[in-house]
Design a protein. Structure first.
Lengths: 358, 135
C-alpha cells in the first residue's frame, strides 16, 4: 500500500511539526501554505515534506479519500487527493504563548530579609506566567530562611511536565489560594481573598508582592469560540472540524509544549483515520421518515449542524458531520430518530428491574 | 427492607468517574448504570420510563458545564431533567427523585457520595406506589 497523503495547511511552526510527525509515521505530508503578505518564511522545512504555495479553498469527500481544492497565488485551481487534512491556523505575528511579564528572576533578586511573599495572578494572566510564578515560589521556599510563600490565582495553569513542578511546589509548602479575584492594596502590601477550595478568608501582609497584569487579550481567550477551539480534557487536544479534517486549534496563547503536542496529536489522529477510515456514516443518527413530523427540532438542537431539512421538510442527517451524540434523539418529539450504535440503550431501559413489587 | 433501585443515566465520557482508584466500577447491584453517548441523549420519556419500571429514583450524570464533547449535550440534558422534575411534582412525587449531576472525570469520590446521597433519600421515599396496577 502506498503511503497515505495528509494535507497540512498553515505557515506556522505547528504546521511544520504536524507535517514532520506525519512523515515520521510513514505518511506523505504535503504542506499547503499561503504566505500572503509575508515575503518569506523563515521556518526550515525538514526534508521529506512537500510544499505547495496555495490556499485551501475546499475539500470534498470523507476520511481516506478527500479531494482538496487548492488555489495557487496566480488564481489557478488544482485538486489534490488526500486521506486527511490538518489545519494549523496561524495567528499572524503575535507570540505563541503570549508575552509573560512575570519574571522568574524575581526570586533571585528578592532580598534575603524577605519573610513572606505573595504572588497574585489575576484571571487572564498570560499563560506562561503561571509556571514562572510556581518556579519562583519554589525557589524562594528553598531558601534557608524558608519564607512563607502564597500564590493567589483563579486557576493555576500547568501543562505537561510543568504539572510535576507544580506538585513539587505544593510539597515544598507554597500555599496556593484559589480565588477569582484577590483584593490587593499596596501601602502596606496586603492581599486578601476567600479560598474557594476551603472557604476560608485569607489575609496576608507580605514583604514582597509579585503581581501579574491581565493579558490584553484576556477577553478573547476566555470567550466561547476560543475556549472551544482550545479543547479540554473531555474534548481532546484536537478539534475536529469535520471527520478527517482536524485542527490543533490556534497557536496564540499556547505554550510551546502544548502547541507541539497539539500538532502531533492532530497528525496522529489524521494518520489513524487515513489508514483506517472509520465508517462514520454507519454510526450517524437515523431518521424514520414515517414518523418524522418535519418540526426540525433536531436541526435546532444538533451541536454540529448535521441535522437539516430535506425532502418534504423532513429531517436528514449528514453522516459526515454527525458525531452520534444523540442530542437530537432525545429532543425529537416524534421519536423519529435513533442511534444505531446505541440500540441497546432502549433494551437496557426495559431491563430495569421491577423492585419488590413482584 | 430491600435496597433502593436507582437508574443512573451516564454519558460515556463522564463514565470514567465511576471507576475507582483501583480501576473497575463499584456500584451496588441495584444501581442500574445506563451508558449514553452523551448526556444530551436522555429524554423525558426515558427518565419517566425508568421510574415507571421500578426505579425509585434516577440520576443523570453529565460532564461539567462547558466541558461537553458535544458542546451543548449537558445543557440539553439539564433542560429535560428540569422538565421531568416539574412533571413529578405535578404528579405529587418528590421532584428530587430525578436529579442531574455534573462531574469531572476524576471526581470518583464525589460521584460515589452523590450516589450514596441519592440512595439515602430514596430509602426515605420508598418505591413509587403509583405504578400501573397499584390502583
Ligand atoms: S425532531 Fe424529529 S420529527 Fe422533528 S424534524 Fe427532526 S426527526 Fe423530524
Ligand atoms: S446525533 Fe448529535 S451530531 Fe448526530 S444529528 Fe443528532 S444531534 Fe447532530
Amino acid at each position: 500500500m502506498s503511503a497515505p497523503t495528509v494535507l497540512v495547511v498553515g505557515v506556522g511552526s505547528a504546521a511544520v511539526e504536524a507535517a514532520r510527525e506525519i512523515v515520521a509515521q510513514g505518511g506523505r505530508a504535503v504542506l499547503v501554505r499561503s504566505l500572503g503578505s509575508r515575503k518569506q518564511c523563515f521556518l526550515r522545512i525538514p526534508s521529506g515534506i512537500e510544499v505547495i504555495e496555495a490556499e485551501l479553498v475546499g475539500a470534498e469527500g470523507s476520511p481516506g479519500s478527500f479531494h482538496a481544492r487548492l488555489r495557487a497565488p496566480g488564481g489557478d485551481d488544482m485538486v489534490v487527493d488526500c486521506s486527511a487534512v490538518v489545519l494549523c491556523p496561524s495567528t499572524g505575528d503575535r507570540p505563541a504563548g503570549g508575552a509573560a511579564s512575570l519574571d522568574e528572576r524575581c526570586a533571585a533578586e528578592a532580598a534575603e530579609s524577605v519573610r513572606s511573599v505573595a504572588f497574585v495572578l489575576p484571571a487572564g494572566s498570560p499563560r506562561p506566567s503561571f509556571i514562572r510564578a510556581v518556579r519562583a515560589a519554589s525557589e524562594l521556599r528553598a531558601r534557608a530562611a524558608r519564607p512563607s510563600v502564597a500564590a493567589f490565582a483563579a486557576e493555576m495553569t500547568a501543562y505537561g511536565t510543568d504539572e510535576v513542578v507544580y506538585a513539587q511546589a505544593q510539597a515544598d509548602g507554597v500555599l496556593f489560594v484559589r480565588t477569582p479575584e484577590a483584593e490587593v492594596s499596596l501601602d502596606p502590601p496586603r492581599v486578601a481573598a476567600r479560598d474557594q477550595t476551603t472557604g476560608r478568608e485569607i489575609e496576608i501582609f507580605p514583604d514582597l508582592l509579585v503581581m501579574e497584569r491581565r493579558s490584553e487579550h484576556a477577553e478573547v481567550l476566555t470567550s466561547g469560540s476560543f475556549a472551544v477551539a482550545r479543547g479540554s480534557p473531555g474534548m481532546g487536544a484536537v478539534a475536529t472540524v469535520r471527520e478527517g479534517i482536524l485542527s490543533p486549534g490556534p497557536e496564540y496563547e499556547r505554550l510551546e509544549a502544548e502547541r507541539v503536542t497539539g500538532a502531533r496529536a492532530a497528525a496522529t489522529r489524521a494518520m489513524t483515520l487515513a489508514v483506517h477510515p472509520e465508517d462514520r456514516a454507519s454510526r450517524a443518527a437515523v431518521v424514520d421518515r414515517e414518523r418524522c413530523a418535519a418540526c426540525l427540532t433536531c436541526a435546532r438542537v444538533c451541536p454540529f449542524s448535521a441535522a437539516r431539512p430535506a425532502e418534504e421538510g423532513k429531517a436528514s442527517i449528514d453522516g459526515a458531520l454527525c458525531q452520534a451524540c444523540g442530542v437530537c434523539v432525545g429532543a425529537c418529539p416524534a421519536r423519529a430518530l435513533s442511534l444505531p450504535s446505541y440500540a441497546e440503550v432502549a433494551e437496557h431501559e426495559r431491563e430495569i428491574i421491577m423492585g419488590d413489587r413482584q | 427492607m430491600t435496597e433502593p433501585i436507582i437508574a443512573m443515566f451516564i454519558c460515556k465520557t463522564a463514565r470514567t468517574a465511576l471507576a475507582g482508584p483501583e480501576g473497575g466500577e463499584t456500584v451496588p447491584p441495584e444501581v442500574q448504570v445506563i451508558e449514553l453517548p452523551c448526556s444530551g441523549r436522555v429524554d423525558e420519556v426515558m427518565m419517566l420510563r425508568a421510574l415507571r419500571q421500578g426505579a425509585w429514583a434516577a440520576m443523570v450524570v453529565a460532564c461539567l458545564d462547558g466541558n461537553c464533547r458535544n458542546r451543548t449535550g449537558n445543557y440539553q440534558a439539564r433542560k429535560r431533567v428540569a422538565e421531568v422534575r416539574s412533571l413529578l411534582s405535578q404528579l405529587g412525587l418528590e421532584p428530587d427523585r430525578v436529579k442531574m449531576f455534573s462531574v469531572a472525570s476524576n471526581q470518583h469520590a464525589w460521584l460515589m457520595e452523590a450516589l450514596e446521597g441519592m440512595r439515602r433519600s430514596a430509602r426515605q421515599w420508598g418505591p413509587i406506589r403509583i405504578l400501573e396496577g397499584d390502583g
